[in-house]
Structures are given as C-alpha cells and as structure tokens.
Design a protein. Structure first.
Lengths: 334, 289
C-alpha cells in the first residue's frame, strides 16, 4: 500500500465517531454502559452516592450536547449554561405553576431552552471563533440576570424551590422516582440513553458528516455548495436542545433550580469537561464530566479554597493536557 | 428632579468611564492576541488591592501611580508564562486558560486580603463635595473622570503617534504581515497584554476609592465590558469607547425612570445591535467573523 492510501485510511478511521477501531469500540461501549448500569451498586462502596452518579449523567449529557457544536462542528460556545439553566427553570416552573407531571416538565423545559437557543442562534450564526464565544457569553448572562432579579417569579438569588419531581406511570406500572433515588437514577439513565442514541444517529447521518466537514475545512465545504450558516445554526440549535434536556434533568435531580445553573462559570465547566474527556470524541465529554464532578465534589469537601483548585485544573488541562483523556489515547494508538 | 437627573448623569458618566477603561484593555488584548481575558476583572481587583497595600507606604498619589504599573508587570509575567503558549491553538484553550486564571486570582485575593470589603482611604482634598448645592458630586468623582479622560487620550495618542502603537494597530489588521516585516510579534503581544492589564489596574485603584475593595469587585464590570465591545464593534477601540459610554449612560438614565431595569437596558442594547447592526456601531465589516 502506498503511504497516501495508508494516510487516507487512517484519516478515515480517525474521523469515525469516537475514533477507535471496531473491536475497541465494542469494549469501550460495554465498559461505559456496564459502569453506568451498575453505578448505584458499586458507587457507595467507593464512598460515593447515587445522586453523584446522577450528576455525572446530567452534566455528561450537557457536555455531550455542547460537544456536538464544539467538537463536531468546530464552533465555540461559552454560553451553554444559559440553555441548561433555561431547561432547569422551564421544568421547575412547569412543575410549580402548571402541571404536576415529570414528562411534561421535561418536555416544556427542553422546548424552552432549545427554542431560546434556536432564536438566538439566528443572530450570531455569522460570527466565528472568539467573537461567537463572546456573543454567547453575553447573551447567556441576560438570562442569569433575569432569573436573579425577577424575584417573585423565579425565586431570585435563592433559586426556585417548592416543586418536586412526580412519580411516573400508573398503578401497576408505577415507577416511584419521587422518593426512590435508585429508581430515579435509572430513569435518568433511560433518558440519557435515548438522548445519546439520537445524538449518535445524528452524527452518523449525512448531516453529521457535513458538520465534520465544516469543522475540518469551512472554506472547502462552502465551495462544495454546503450552506454553512444553516448547518452551524442547526448544530447550535440541536446542541442547545440536548443541553436544555440535561438542564431539566438537573432540576428534577435537585428539586431545585438556581441562577448559578445559568451563570457563565457553568458554561466554562461544560467546556472544560469536554476538553478533559477529549473534544473530538463522542464519549469524551461524559468521561470528562465524571472526572470533573468527582474532583469538584472531593475538593469542595476538603478545602474552602476550592476555587483555586478548579482554576488550577483549567490551567493544567489547557497547558499540559489539551487533547483530553480519549484524545491522547487515540494519538498513542495512531 | 433636575438634581436627580444630574446625579444620575454624573453617575452614568462615572460608570461609563469604568466600562471604558476596562473594555479598552480587554479590547486591546482581544484585537491583537485574539484572547478574551476572563481574568481582566481580577487584574482590576489586583490593582485596587495593591493600592490598598501600598498607600500606607507611598501615600495615595504614589499608590495611584505605582499599582497600575505593578499590575502591568504581573500581567506581563502571566502572558510570558501562560497565555503566550496558546496563541496558535484553538480559541477554546485561551478562554479556558483565562477562565481558570480568573478563579485562581479571585481565590488568591480572598486568601491574601480576606473575604470582607476593605476601604481605600482618599486624600481629604478629594473627598470634599465641589459645592453645597451639588453635594453629591465630590471632587473625587471629577478627579476619576479626569483621570479616565487623560489616560484614554494618552492611549489613543500612544497608538497613533508612536512606533510601537503603530505596530499594535497594524497587528490588529494583519499580524502575519507585521511579523513578515521583521517585527517581533511575540514581544509586541506581551507588551500589549501588559498595557491592557495596566488599564485594568488603574480602573481598580479608581473604583476602590469609590466603592471599596472586595475579591470579586471586577466581576460586575466584566460582562458590561464584553457588551461594550460588541456594541461598539469588535476591532475598533473608538467603538469600544463609545460602547462603554453608551451603555453606562443608558443604565444610569434608566435608573431615574425604573431602577430595576437598569441592567436589562444594557442587554436590550446588545440585542438591538446584534439584530440591526451586527458589526457594531463603529466596527468594520467582517471584523467580527
């Protein structure tokens, strides 16, 4: 085989979602789903708790949603907390003021956050790089400010309370996710699985391939006649929907929504989770979320100076570990 | 009523002046290095705290002069050690880096100077009101605005009439060509970063005299500064200047009519500009893409 063919094969392999050979992919999938399915049983043995696993799922889904835009389209949003928080508030407000139904709350919150992103995406789709990021930050803070100051409706700085998730289903097939933490974890996992399957399907579709083409070479993609702006807008919107879905789950997990769920520092957390795990890999953000959530939980219980440690993690990752966990493995394999 | 409006106009001018100083520094760094400096608010706080520590030794005037320079030095070190390593990488890394830096700096300020608010003592001359009737306008407010005007004018003169200033402006448009012409772009960017931090440090000293010091004093100024840059037009320092004044004034005047909407109006201006004039009020076509 000539080197050109080898190079082409390799680049084909690398552009594969996840970037692993088929055998390795199976092993990884089994490991990921096995760990997730059994988490409530082994996590307490290691000193964790089920809600922590729930948080990993929620933030992992948010970061994977962000990664659709960041890693697979190559567009940087630093304001995804806005859609996460809008999802959380959407679900919380629905449960508190409208209807006591968990599925409807998830639907309402997801639509709320996703549509806000879709509309805003129209305004900024022509921006690139840091300017795109800057617009997303500024717009995200609008919602933070709104939730913060609209005291009577959103609970202001103290956050939105007085709502709780409801059990789903009816008498014989009733799943008590309201008080049973393990049942709720499996409910989260089911929603997560559906969302991730949808995401994987989207990325394997011609649409997903087009996004990767835009990421790799925007100018060439434009010359091929691909409507770049429309694709970036769609990618941004879809990614906002996934992040908003994660936000609704976050509100259900805590029975609480607070303005910090909208703050740009949470956007920063999503980005760093994605980078820790590996931006260009499908499962990276979940892994990054697991690392970040567990580290944060551990550090904030150990020291009051947790901010320095979190900040130091950011700096360390950027300077010494930019490709992330799965990214480094891939390079080592190549 | 006239007094209320006048009070808020002077307030708007002062808030706008802070936005301008802060946003000009951010804008300088953004234009030449393509880095959004999340830690800019923390350099502001650093300037204020340094003045607090130095003023017993050097007096207020000495601290006013020295602490922005020290802030610039620290900014220079930060650029040399960290920021310069990520210039050629995806913008996501520069955001994460300065974001992490902001966390570390805020925590460090809390660790060194304590979590509670501290006052910065002013000389007696400055704390007098200018007349009995205008009791709310102290000399300090006049002084702040004057300092901001002088330093902004100085910055623009520096960029306009000096060789280094010319290089910075040229680099904003086409860094590659500037580098090809044999100019040391690395040092240029370091210097430029330090100048941006100096402006932040200066606004920190000024703000400390007005509102006192606390570890996250820069946070409230960061977001309006971003908005000032977008509204004015990315890539244009004049735009940033007008953007800062505009949103400062708009926020202050809204306070007269409906106080709780003063921040909302800033975001309304942002949305209007993104919708109607995406390149910003003074921005060049294509600078933002």
């Amino acid at each position: 085989m000539s080197t050109a063919v080898v190079a082409a094969k390799r680049s084909e392999k690398e552009s594969e979602i996840g970037g692993f050979s088929p055998g390795r992919r199976v092993v990884m999938l089994v490991a990921i789903w096995g760990a997730l399915l059994t988490a409530p049983f082994w996590l307490p043995l290691l000193g964790g708790y089920t809600a922590l696993a729930g948080r990993v799922l929620v933030f992992g889904l948010a970061a994977m949603g962000l990664n659709l835009l960041l890693g697979f389209t190559g567009v940087l949003s630093f304001g995804h907390a806005a859609y996460f928080g809008l999802g959380a508030y959407g679900a919380g407000l629905t449960l508190r003021y409208l209807v006591h139904s968990t599925p409807l709350a998830i639907l309402a919150g997801t639509l709320f956050g996703g549509l806000a992103g879709t509309l805003f995406g129209l305004l900024i789709v022509r921006r690139r790089g840091v300017y795109f990021a800057m617009c997303t930050i500024a717009f995200g803070q609008l919602w933070y400010y709104l939730a913060y100051s609209w005291n009577s409706f959103t609970g202001g700085f103290d956050g939105l309370r007085d709502f709780h998730r409801e059990a789903i289903g009816w008498a014989p097939l009733r799943l008590d996710i309201e008080s049973n933490g393990t049942a709720f974890y499996f409910f989260l996992l089911a929603v997560f699985a559906v969302a991730v399957a949808l995401m994987g399907f989207l990325l394997r579709s011609p649409f997903g391939r087009t996004l990767i083409a835009i990421r790799e070479n925007e100018r060439r993609a434009r010359f091929l006649g691909i409507p770049i702006e429309r694709h970036i807008w769609l990618s941004f919107s879809i990614s906002c929907f996934f992040t908003a879905l994660a936000g609704t789950l976050y509100a259900l997990l805590n029975n609480f929504a607070d303005p910090m769920a909208l703050h740009y520092s949470l956007s920063g957390y999503f980005v760093v989770m994605t980078v820790i795990g590996g931006m260009r890999t499908f499962w990276g953000p979940l892994l990054g979320a697991a690392v970040f959530v567990i580290l944060q939980d551990y550090i904030s219980s150990m020291t009051v100076n947790w901010m320095s440690f979190i900040g130091a993690i950011f700096i360390f990752v950027v300077l010494f570990f930019p490709r992330g966990l799965l990214g480094t493995r891939r390079r080592a394999a190549a | 009523m006239a007094q209320v409006i006048l009070f808020n106009v002077t307030n708007g001018l002062i808030i706008g002046a802070f936005y301008v100083l802060m946003a000009l520094g951010l804008s300088l760094i953004l234009n030449l290095s393509n880095v959004i400096n999340f830690a800019h608010g923390n350099f502001l706080a650093l300037g204020g705290y340094l003045a607090f520590t130095l003023s017993p030794v050097l007096g207020y005037w000495g601290a006013l002069l020295v602490s922005p320079l020290l802030t610039a030095l620290i900014g220079l070190a930060v650029e040399r050690l960290m920021v310069r390593r990520i210039y050629n990488r995806d913008p996501v890394y520069s955001l994460l880096l300065t974001f992490g830096l902001a966390f570390v700096m805020q925590d460090a300020a809390r660790y060194i100077w304590g979590p509670n608010g501290l006052p910065l003592g002013l000389p007696d001359v400055l704390s007098q009101p200018i007349t009995q009737e205008l009791f709310f306008v102290t000399w300090y407010r006049v002084f702040m605005v004057a300092i901001v005007i002088v330093s902004v004018a100085g910055l623009f003169a520096f960029l306009r009439y000096t060789r280094v200033g010319l290089r910075i402006r040229a680099g904003t448009f086409d860094l590659e060509t500037v580098a090809t012409l044999g100019i040391n772009v690395r040092n240029l960017r370091t210097f430029n970063f330090a100048v941006g931090c100096m402006l932040a440090g200066l606004s920190g000293v000024l703000a400390a005299g007005q509102i006192g010091l606390n570890p996250n004093m820069g946070d409230d100024l960061l977001m309006p500064s971003f908005i000032a840059i977008i509204v004015g037009g990315v890539g244009s320092l004049i735009g940033t200047l007008f953007g800062g004044l505009l949103i400062g004034m708009a926020a202050a005047l809204t306070t007269v009519v409906y106080p709780s909407a003063s921040e909302a109006v800033i975001y309304a201006i942002l949305m209007a500009v993104l919708l109607l004039r995406p390149r910003g009020l003074v921005g060049e076509e294509g600078m933002m893409s």
